[in-house]
Write a new protein. Sequence first.
Lengths: 287, 362
Amino acid sequence: MPDAPRTLCGRLRGWGFVLPGLVWTLAFFLLPLAVMALYSLWQRLGMRLVTELSLANYRAFLAKSFFLESLLNSIEVTVTVTLLSILFAYPLAWILAEKVPPRWQRIGLALAVLPFWTSYVVRSYSWLLVLSEGGLLSTALQDLGLVDGPVSLANSRAGTVIGFVHFFVMLLTLTIYANLSQLPRNYRRAAQDLGAGPVRTFLHVILPLTLPGIMVGAFLTFVLCIGDYITPQILGGNRELLLPQTIMLQIARRSDFPMASALAMVLMALVTLVYLACARWLKLERV
Amino acid sequence: MSSKVRSESPTGLRPALAAAALAVLALRPGPAAATEELNALVWCDHTDPALIEPFEKAHDVKVNLKEYEGTGTALALVDQSQPGDWDVFVVDGVDVPRVVEAGLLAPLPDDQLPLDDVFPQVRMDDVTVHDGKRYAVMEKFGYNVVGYNKAKVDPADMRDLTTLWGDRYKGRIAVYDYYIPLMDLVALELGMKPDEISEKTLPKIREALFKLKDNAAMVGEVVSSTTALATGEADILLGGGEWAVAVMEADNPDLTWVLPKQGGILWAQSIGVFQSSKKQQLALAFVKYIMSPEGQARLATSSCFWGMPANRKAGAVLSDAQKATLRWDEQPDFLARSYRYFIPDAALDAKMLDVWTEFLQH
């Protein structure tokens, strides 16, 4: 009984800490999401907004093949980017955490996050200049005698993927490095004492222990990549459409917010499914 | 066993999340500039300090400019604003009727605007005047035609739109990403006039667009498509014109444009005052400045993109070199051979956008 007031006080203090976050989430996430969900059930007819609830926009999404193709393109590009980013980021994080002397690690990390300091749009246009026919890459390949004529990776899916991977490798490097740098060396020594070789130690000890970092980075990569409009718009050359580009078409051309909202809800549903699939590794109580 | 290893692990999500959060924060842009004095919703050509500063000094006012691309985006910005937030609106001429229909623009006094000095073909009173009241005035115009690099392609080929559907320039063509003028150009290529686009003729347009896509290196908005031309990614820009190549002419004199034999598509942008503006007089003064010969000359040669001034008297302010770049002397011929943007009704517009989306996805 004497503990009751203290418990109540503790609870109130707990709510005091949580409340700002809850209010923020309610005001800037849940409420806008609810408004968007409601909008997706309305319709834009000419300049008129019809507020009668209907699933017409969702039916249009399923009926018009270019909407579904946009979604599939988005999934393909995002999965490719996520896998490539992991493949490049893991060795980089490993080298930073294991091979670089501690006093150089900070500089290494600073270099790793350097791309974050540049404007996203500027970075994408820079890639356009690098990847275009008269760009740095094409000139270098020709000077080295590796290709006969000019080559271009700009205005293609490859260009979009390169732009994305350059950015997200840095994000994944940070999350994986955070895991690797705190991994006690005793685990590896124990594995070696038990007869495991380097490959076995990596596959059965280090990789499982760094999965949280990989999954956090991969999930963030997935979410940021699948919702990104700028990179495919600048580097993809509209050779194909990704879902965010299709959403923007509805808004920029016709102010069709209901259709754009329905497409955004589809995107949201996809991200939710991915979250649920990754939830096993994303739970904080596992820490 | 593996779960036990995980449960004992000091590694985990907290450091990873913290690092990731820092990285994600770096993605977010900074806050937008605060609005004050005169607020204008404009195209990028109005953001040139050489155009705005003389007005600011003359009226001791700060003009806040919000640049947008696509009328839909502008209308969304207006929807999300409070009445009175915006004072001046620069909008695509083709969209003036729907903006007026939405009650966004205030009437302008004809007697305070140099309407008699505006090129007659560009006044477009049928678009800007409703129920006897003028709601906007055309301020700048140009052509969606064929921009190209004369060092890379045969200029004679560029005078015929059908060449772009052949194999000769396959993979060398950039297409301007705006469905109205591009479908108008496709209609011309098919021997139709832009106002013959209908639900019935749309399948033909669609088929021609798909063939065009097979030949295209890319489809892009203003910056992307002109960058493609500048970097050599493409040698031809369908839908380009003076607006696409004039700014780059000094760096690359080989970039030029032509009005093909089938004709060109005339674009025109307009300026008006928001009905809800609390600074009607100041906003009108801005419109008058933009329509003055000096304002027109600066707008025509804006660092973002060039275009013909609607006011003919700007010719006295522009240099000979600037007029040569704008093809000033050829305007009578160009205007005679050009068609205005086709303005579809809402239902056809939606279908045209669907076809354009299919084209982009093709």
